[in-house]
Design a protein around this ligand. Sequence first.
Ligand SMILES: Cc1ncc(COP(=O)(O)O)c(C=O)c1O
Length: 442
Amino acid sequence: MKTNKVQNHCHKQQKKNPMALSMKPFIVLSVAVNVMLFMKQFSWSNEQMDENAKGVHLKEEKMRVSSSAVIDDGKTPIVLDHGDPTMYEEYWHLVGEKTTVVIHGQQGISYFSDASKVCWFLEPQFERAVIRLHKVVGNAITEGYHIVVGTGSSQLYQAALYALSPSDLLEPIEVVSEAPFYSSYPLITDFLKSGLHRWAGDASKYDKDGPYIEIVTSPNNPDGSTRQPMVNRSGGMLIYDLAYYWPQYTPITYPANHDIMLFTISKCTGHAGSRIGWALVKDEAIARKITKYMEISTIGVSKDSQTRAAKVLDVISDSHVHKGNFDGISPFFDHSYDHMAWRWQQLREAVNKGKLFSLPVFPSATCTFSGRTFGPLSAFAWLKCESEVENCAEFLKQHNICVRDGSFLGSSSKFVRISMLDKTEKFELFIQRLSIMNTAIA
Ligand SMILES: Cc1ncc(COP(=O)(O)O)c(C=O)c1O
């Protein structure tokens, strides 16, 4: 995969980097910036945040402060290419034993969970936890929907394509999404060179007649924007990828009620390693086809993972429902929102220090869940290199920062996608280096 090449090259380059020498003065600057960042920890203010967001729990603040004592040597590779949500480890560490799950040897032996259900491998406790959390947050309707569990929403994406693709077409049905789009869509859609579907690129440029499938990703990966269907033509079928429709990333403005909606714990709770996603599907026949795909490809979805996911989702609901009685720990979405707002504040400050980079700005809205008014706090930064830099990923790579080239996301190499969900230490190192670059190369 080309992205891997970029990343490996980035690792290799660290020793021979021609920029390494010129980075020496950066180290001195780096110390200064580090001290500034440290002092700013408690004085940051985000115009997109309301007063509530500033009341971060002391214990949680301490974590951020202690990790800011990182000094950048300018050489350590900072890999922010993948959306690996390790940021969330801090919160789950605080929560401790509450999420511990014990699975006994005799448990979960059967392939089946409830053979009478459309999705016969859906664990009842996982189903209950999903419904409960959507009710607590108010981000999706679950009444009248079939829930289908998947090995991550990546598998559900494939299953939904399978379920929607007509089997009687002479040509594969075309699949589109508005650019910039999640770079895995084209890869997954065309991976097996299926006769059922094929990737057709940017939905905003799609002008063919006939049936098509459009993926509506809202908030969008990479830029965090709120999305609506783009093509709007007869014969179109929609899959809503709502991986980021959670209140730490975007204001919840309505309970989503689309025909097919995909969610994942990877981006909601951070437990990407459990590989659990779910689809809310209105139409029973489509839900059955999605289930069939899972049956044929993996004969269901790990019950162990569903059990763990159910526990984590329930703990999140508890943290909000029993607010104030949760061992002094902030409710999950409050903590995560505060942390995302803090990260975005740091990033915008670093970008505003000079003229090298820019970030998109999207309108604010009031969140029906939290009552806060704010703009998107995207899981990725969609950074543009201004001035004469044509290949932003290459440019950052020269400073040992590895990110995803915008051309993989249906856009241009002037843009890069940067994960905002990595560990705090790495994020702070990144902010320091970006600030130094931006002030040094003014
Ligand atoms: C928009 C979007 N959908 C789906 C996924 C995949 O999620 P999962 O880990 O559940 O397969 C990602 C992961 O980055 C994503 O950004």
